[in-house]
Design a protein around this ligand. Structure first.
Ligand SMILES: Nc1ncnc2c1ncn2[C@@H]1O[C@H](COP(=O)(O)OP(=O)(O)OP(=O)(O)O)[C@@H](O)[C@H]1O
Ligand SMILES: Cc1cn([C@H]2C[C@H](O)[C@@H](COP(=O)(O)O)O2)c(=O)[nH]c1=O
Length: 213
C-alpha cells in the first residue's frame, strides 16, 4: 500500500486536534484534498462513531474498564477496514488523531488493565497495521487539563473528567512508549506556542517523508 500512515498522540489538551487541522490544511494545499485523509479515534467511520457515542455518554459511569478497552478496539477495527486500509491503497496521507498508543496509555496504564494486555487485544483489532510515524505531543498533565478547562469546558467527555493522577499515569505510559519505539514515535514539546509546535511537527514529518513539506 503506497499511502502514508501518520498518527498523532498525546495527553488531553496537548493540542493534537489544533495541530492536525493545520497539518491537514497545508498538506491539502501541497498534494490536493483528495490525497489527504483526516480521521479521529474513537470514531472515524459510521459504525465507529456509533461506538464513540456509547463510550462518551456521560450516563455510562458504570462502564467496566475492560468493556471500555474492547469498545475502543472495536471502533479501531472498523476504522482500519472501512477507512485506513482503503485510504492507504489509494495512496493517501492518513492523519490519524489517536490510535493504539492511546489505548495502551489510557486503558492499559490509566485504567490499570496492563499495557501488554491492551497491546494484545489491539493486535486482534488491527492485525499488525501500525503507523509509519507517530507524532507524540508531550505536555504536563495539569497544563493540558487547564487548556481544556479554559478553551472547551463545554466539550468535556467522560475521560476528561478523570482525576489528575489518572492523566499523569497516562502521560508516563506515553513516555514509556516513546522510549521503547524511538524509530516510530517522535516527541514534540507541546507546551510551546501553537505555531512553534506546528513548525516542529512539520519538520519531523519532513524528516521521515522527504516529499512532504
Ligand atoms: N500550543 C498551544 N498553546 C496554547 N493553547 C493551545 C495549544 N495547543 C492547543 N491549545 C488550545 O488548547 C485547547 C485544546 O487543544 P486541542 O483540542 O487541540 O487538544 P487535544 O490534544 O486535541 O485535546 P483532546 O485530546 O482532549 O481532544 C484548544 O482550545 C486549543 O486552542
Ligand atoms: C482512541 C482512544 C481515546 N481515549 C480517550 C482519550 C481522550 O480522553 C478521549 C477522546 O479523545 P479526544 O482526542 O479528546 O477526542 O478518549 C482512550 O481512552 N482510549 C483510546 O483508545
Amino acid at each position: 500500500m503506497d499511502g502514508k500512515f501518520i498518527s498523532f498522540e498525546g495527553p488531553d489538551g496537548a493540542g493534537k486536534t489544533s495541530v492536525i487541522r493545520q497539518i491537514q490544511e497545508d498538506l491539502e494545499q501541497q498534494l490536493g484534498k483528495e490525497k489527504v485523509m483526516y480521521i479521529r479515534e474513537p470514531g472515524g467511520s459510521r459504525i465507529s462513531e456509533e461506538i464513540r457515542q456509547v463510550l462518551f455518554d456521560n450516563k455510562n459511569t458504570d462502564m467496566d474498564p475492560r468493556t471500555e478497552a474492547l469498545l475502543f478496539a472495536a471502533s479501531r477495527r472498523q476504522l482500519v477496514v472501512s477507512e485506513i486500509v482503503p485510504g492507504l491503497k489509494a495512496g493517501k496521507v492518513i492523519l490519524c488523531d489517536r490510535y493504539v498508543d492511546s489505548s495502551i496509555a489510557y486503558q492499559g496504564a490509566g485504567r490499570g488493565l496492563g499495557e501488554q494486555e491492551i497491546w494484545q487485544i489491539n493486535q486482534f483489532a488491527i492485525n499488525g497495521l501500525m503507523p509509519e510515524l507517530t507524532i507524540y505531543l508531550d505536555i504536563e498533565s495539569k497544563l493540558g487539563l487547564e487548556r481544556i478547562a479554559e478553551h472547551r469546558s463545554d466539550q468535556v467527555n467522560r475521560l476528561d473528567k478523570e482525576k489528575l493522577t489518572f492523566h499523569q499515569t497516562v502521560r508516563q505510559s506515553y513516555l514509556k512508549l516513546y522510549n521503547a519505539h524511538p524509530d516510530r514515535i517522535k516527541l514534540i514539546d507541546a507546551s510551546q506556542p501553537l505555531a512553534s509546535v506546528i513548525k516542529d511537527v512539520k519538520m519531523t514529518i519532513h524528516d521521515r517523508f522527504s516529499d512532504l513539506f
